[in-house]
Design a protein around this ligand. Structure first.
Ligand code: SF4
Length: 79
């Protein structure tokens, strides 16, 4: 089922543990050793926000629950 949801990655909180990467391939390691979204070059922003509309919300939720420092937040967008 397709769901629209927003994923917030708080790079200020992220500790580079990378439990998220193995649960959801949309997360990747940035040059600074912290997580980013795959293909996104993080700037100085503390938080990266991406909106998806697909059937992979569970992967994002698993990445969020696996993150030991709660740096990932997944919110379903209701219309
Ligand atoms: S699991 Fe959390 S702390 Fe580890 S890299 Fe991913 S977002 Fe950062």
């Amino acid at each position: 089922m397709t769901t629209e949801y927003r994923v917030v990655l708080d790079r200020e909180t992220c500790d580079g543990i990378f439990a998220c990467l193995v649960r959801d391939g949309r997360f990747a390691e940035a040059d600074d050793g912290l997580a980013t979204f795959d293909g996104v070059e993080p700037g100085d922003d503390d938080a990266l926000v991406a909106t998806f509309e697909d059937d992979a919300i569970e992967d994002a939720q698993q990445a969020a629950s696996a993150c030991p420092v709660d740096a990932i937040e997944v919110t379903e967008v209701s219309r």
